[in-house]
Design a protein around this ligand. Structure first.
Ligand SMILES: Cc1cc2nc3c(=O)[nH]c(=O)nc-3n(C[C@H](O)[C@H](O)[C@H](O)COP(=O)(O)OP(=O)(O)OC[C@H]3O[C@@H](n4cnc5c(N)ncnc54)[C@H](O)[C@@H]3O)c2cc1C
Length: 267
């Protein structure tokens, strides 16, 4: 792969660090993909307490207080789709995924996004290359190794185009500053370089990776799991959904168990 730009190398280093520091909450996906469940707010007691506002004064302060009755109520709420108590628990994931995956993910509108900017930074120069599993259907290899090589060459060319043209623009800006044709930079962002990034980002392929903080409530997260872990979802977003589900399950084993029981009962 193309020599990654500096920002990309820093992100790769950060992924390595996060995987070491937080192994139970972070997963690598493919060569550059990554997902981490960084933070959660609320738990089973939050769901039960908010649901009980309509029926009783019983409140729990810790998951350790949960009884069989509480568990049965959780099952009932989930099974009968009493949705709003599940909107009181929140999750923040960080994921680094190809832009085409992001375009599918962002359709989950009941959530909040903060995404890497190609206006303020150069794009991440790493791009997605499908491995054997990704490009094989029922034992039939859809893309051959030679095709993947040509695909990677093309993406490298496009990414190199960005780097070369950006460098060239920066050199001209600096030369024009030195000769006095352009004003000296006066603090803050350089408007000329910023415009160069705005213009050149248009060539960024959807295979390139981007970086997102995704904050989502539990109800919407269940909808995401339901739609994106299915066989009908595209392989690449499914990989992220499956990883997101595994991370959720490690943080909330009881909720995972109840969800799976209800799914089984639905058949
Ligand atoms: C296999 C698959 C293929 C897909 N193909 C395409 C495609 O070709 N093109 C495309 O554009 N999208 C496509 N989608 C995206 C899909 O249409 C949904 O936008 C996406 O799955 C998000 O689901 P959602 O609307 O339930 O989630 P969210 O947007 O998070 O919404 C959650 C729930 O809130 C409610 N809601 C949200 N917004 C509204 C609203 N405006 N009005 C009424 N109720 C609302 C709904 O009950 C919804 O289920 C595809 C999805 C899947 C899983």
């Amino acid at each position: 792969m193309l020599d990654a730009n500096e920002g990309t190398r820093e992100i790769a280093e950060e992924i390595r660090t996060r995987l070491l520091q937080n192994p139970s909450r972070a997963r690598q996906i493919g060569t550059f993909g990554f997902i981490e469940l960084e933070e959660t707010w609320g738990d089973e007691t939050t769901i039960l307490n908010t649901a009980r506002v309509s029926t009783s004064n019983r409140r729990l302060s810790s998951v350790s207080q949960l009884t069989e009755k509480d568990r049965a109520l959780l099952e009932h709420l989930l099974g009968e789709q009493h949705g709003t108590p599940f909107e009181t628990v929140y999750f923040r994931y960080r994921f680094i995924a190809p832009i085409f995956v992001l375009r599918q993910w962002v359709k989950h509108r009941i959530s909040t996004w903060n995404e890497f900017s190609m206006r303020y930074r150069k794009p991440i120069s790493a791009f997605y290359i499908p491995d054997k599993t990704a490009r094989t259907v029922n034992g039939f290899e859809i893309m051959t190794d030679e095709q993947v090589d040509r695909y990677a060459d093309l993406l490298e060319t496009v990414n190199r185009f960005y780097e070369v043209e950006y460098e060239s623009i920066c050199t001209r800006i600096d030369e024009n500053r030195a000769s006095g044709r352009l004003p000296q930079k006066s603090g803050g962002r350089d408007p000329f370089r910023a415009r160069a990034r705005e213009l050149l980002r248009s060539v960024t392929p959807v295979a390139n990776y981007s970086d997102v903080y995704w904050t989502v409530n539990f109800r919407s997260l269940m909808n995401f799991f339901n739609l994106r872990m299915k066989e009908t979802a595209q392989y690449e977003i499914r990989e992220y959904a499956v990883a997101a589900y595994a991370l959720f399950g490690e943080a909330f084993p009881l909720l995972k168990e109840i969800l799976e029981k209800i799914e089984q009962e639905k058949g």
